[in-house]
Design a protein around this ligand. Structure first.
Ligand SMILES: NC(=O)c1ccc[n+]([C@@H]2O[C@H](COP(=O)([O-])OP(=O)(O)OC[C@H]3O[C@@H](n4cnc5c(N)ncnc54)[C@H](O)[C@@H]3O)[C@@H](O)[C@H]2O)c1
Length: 336
């Protein structure tokens, strides 16, 4: 039997996700779609052969024939909607960030733990990206030894319309925080975010994080870089270097006129990651397990990002002291 999905939010992400699920996710059907903008929801529904359109997300969550829910509405709706899914006992793939603040993320972790099931997966789709998977595999094999420095570059051509100051950290940098934890298998000890004197507010920014394993991670986030969507990660180890997404040597990389072709946005760069993420999520829902970033991972990303935001204001280092890990089976010792 197919897993029946309800999709909440039909903006940029929800529309792309509906199309990806409809075209590429096996053993699945989209049975309900919701957006307060009914015509937008209806338009997407007709394109993916979905019979039911809602303007109230709670009605969609309550439908008996919705087995699992994808939340792709704005950040500030995630807490309420993910809570409703957990209370209804329905698996939910919630777009990142899990909530707008770490306290609400922790409330979701606790709510999930009380059910004894891991119902939440956070949309950190990079964990399913083939290039990141290669990087993780090579690093885990020990080909470069211990990680000393990780360099991450996160550039968008233009920030999404809803971006306000702070979101380059709380909404965008959370991707880098999560993927570095996942790649390295370590937590962070402290964070400092430097302002760029010439920059407007928090774009671009440069973050430095120390890992609990003694390495340093540097993250640039530049949401209005102009020339395209450009994501790079480099792990410098004791015995070599692993590089993902670097331009060919000697090239002029770019202005908005462009020397090298960069995708215009994340939907192109991460098309495979989204496709693989949804199939993995559906298969996990059927198997009753969790394969992606859990509610706890969503909490940690937001907890570290909030420390980053404090550093952006204070200009100094902010310590990161995580609480004891809580999983769906209760309190556990911290582990990734
Ligand atoms: N994983 C990724 O790579 C990635 C990339 C971009 C955005 N996102 C996340 O996806 C989410 C959506 O971003 P977007 O760019 O699609 O935004 P968007 O503004 O394009 O779309 C949001 C949609 O949600 C609808 N909406 C608003 N309130 C709602 C509610 N209460 N219930 C149902 N629908 C509601 C809006 O009408 C709109 O259609 C954000 O949380 C964002 O952080 C993730």
């Amino acid at each position: 039997m197919n897993t029946r999905i309800g999709i909440i939010g039909t903006g940029v992400m929800g529309t792309a996700h509906a199309e990806t699920i409809s075209a590429h996710t096996a053993r699945t059907e989209i049975v309900a779609i919701c957006d307060p903008d009914e015509s937008r929801a209806a338009n997407v529904a007709s394109r993916v052969n979905c019979p039911n359109v809602y303007t109230d997300p709670f009605e969609l969550i309550g439908r008996a024939d919705v087995d699992a829910v994808l939340v792709a509405s704005p950040d500030e709706t995630h807490f309420e909607l993910a809570s409703a899914c957990i209370k209804a006992g329905k698996p939910v793939l919630c777009e990142k960030p899990l909530a707008t603040n770490a306290v609400d993320c922790m409330r979701l972790v606790e709510l999930g733990a009380a059910t004894g099931r891991e119902l939440v997966q956070v949309g950190f789709m990079r964990r399913f990206d083939p290039l990141y998977a290669e990087l993780k595999e090579a690093f885990a094999k020990g080909v470069i030894g211990k990680a000393l420095i990780v360099r991450c570059v996160h550039r968008n051509a233009v920030a999404p319309w809803f971006f306000v100051p702070g979101m380059s950290i709380l909404n965008a940098m959370v991707h880098e925080i999560d993927i570095c934890r996942w790649l390295l298998g370590t937590e962070f000890r402290r964070i400092r975010i430097d302002r760029i004197p010439e920059a407007k507010s928090d774009d671009p920014i440069l973050a430095t994080l120390e890992t609990t394993a003694g390495g340093v991670v540097s993250i640039e986030v530049f949401m209005n870089a102009g020339y395209g969507y450009d994501i790079r990660t480099e792990i410098v180890g004791q015995e070599g270097v692993l590089v993902m997404g670097h331009p060919p040597m000697g090239s002029l990389v770019s202005t908005s006129a462009g020397y090298l072709p960069f995708p215009s946005d994340f939907r192109v760069r991460f098309a495979d990651a989204y496709r693989i993420q949804f199939q993995a999520w559906i298969d996990a829902v059927v198997a009753g397990i969790n394969v992606g970033a859990s509610a706890w991972d969503g909490f940690v990303a937001s907890f570290v990002a909030e420390a980053g935001l404090r550093s952006f204001t204070s200009g100094g280092w902010e310590e990161i002291v995580l609480p004891e890990r809580i999983s769906s089976t209760g309190v556990q010792k911290a582990a990734l």
